[in-house]
Design a binder for this molecule. Structure first.
Ligand code: SAM
Length: 236
């Protein structure tokens, strides 16, 4: 209501688009505006898919504060389906429930801005040891990002992307990097270790660089068709 009244300055009779976070959006008209309430009449329900053709998960040893919020915002824009805070040996403190709630609000704001109708999930923190011992499921492409990787992420995506993966998952370490034990555990459980070039990127840059690389695989289906980006509503 606040966004509609104070930011978008909507008036009775105006058409807006509202969404429910699970894939649908509605054309609606504003019927009544009060101090903190806006009443809408829902007109036309549409299933509009602006998602990537695969699940994209980022498991990240989250940076602190604003860099964490920025990472979540940009991950939504790039089509990431789920963000999993990774608890690593060298990680800084894990986000508490209050911080996770803040991130979920960021997800809603970013979805409104970029026209996504499905909310990126923010999972509870997961221990790296648990993440790296999980078996790979069929049709899943996954990689651990580390400057020591022998293969580039680009090469992995070029080889694995052709098989049209159902899901892609990247693990990104903390400022201090993954520990030797974590790297060994991941490698012994078929997590390819890939690099992003010769420079050391900050956590959020590495995570978004990987997400951008993956979303290029799904870009054709994202940008084509009558319900692609050209249809993104101006008021949402
Ligand atoms: N001190 C660590 C080291 O030298 O390995 C660097 C950690 S970096 C700031 C944080 C995380 O971003 C890394 O754990 C890795 O997941 C990812 N990262 C940063 N630069 C990378 C690169 N060039 N290639 C692959 N991953 C990278």
């Amino acid at each position: 209501a606040y966004h509609l009244m104070r930011v978008m300055r909507a008036w009775p009779g105006e058409e807006v688009i509202v969404f429910d976070g699970s894939g649908a959006e509605w054309l609606a008209t504003v019927t009544r505006l009060e101090r903190s309430t806006v009443e809408l009449r829902l007109l036309d329900r549409r299933e509009v898919d602006r998602e990537l053709p695969f699940e994209l998960t980022l498991m990240v040893a989250l940076p602190k504060g604003d860099r964490q919020r920025w990472l979540a915002e940009k991950a939504v824009e790039l089509g990431v389906s789920g963000l999993v805070p990774l608890a690593t040996e060298r990680g800084v403190a894990q986000p508490v429930e209050k911080a996770l709630a803040r991130l979920r609000r960021t997800v809603i704001e970013a979805s409104k801005q970029c026209g996504r109708n499905r909310l990126m999930s923010i999972a509870a923190p997961l221990a790296a040891a648990e993440a790296f011992s999980a078996p790979r499921v069929d049709g899943a492409l996954r990689a651990l990002l580390d400057p020591s990787g022998r293969q580039s992420l680009q090469a992995l995506l070029a080889a694995g992307g052709a098989g049209k993966p159902r899901s892609i998952c990247f693990a990104i370490g903390p400022e201090g990097g993954f520990s030797g034990d974590e790297l060994r555990l991941a490698a012994s459980n078929q997590w390819p270790v890939v690099h992003l070039g010769p420079r050391i990127l900050r956590v959020e840059t590495a995570a978004l660089c990987a997400a951008a690389g993956a979303q290029m695989l799904g870009c054709d289906s994202l940008c084509s068709g009558p319900e692609g980006l050209a249809e993104t509503p101006s008021i949402k």
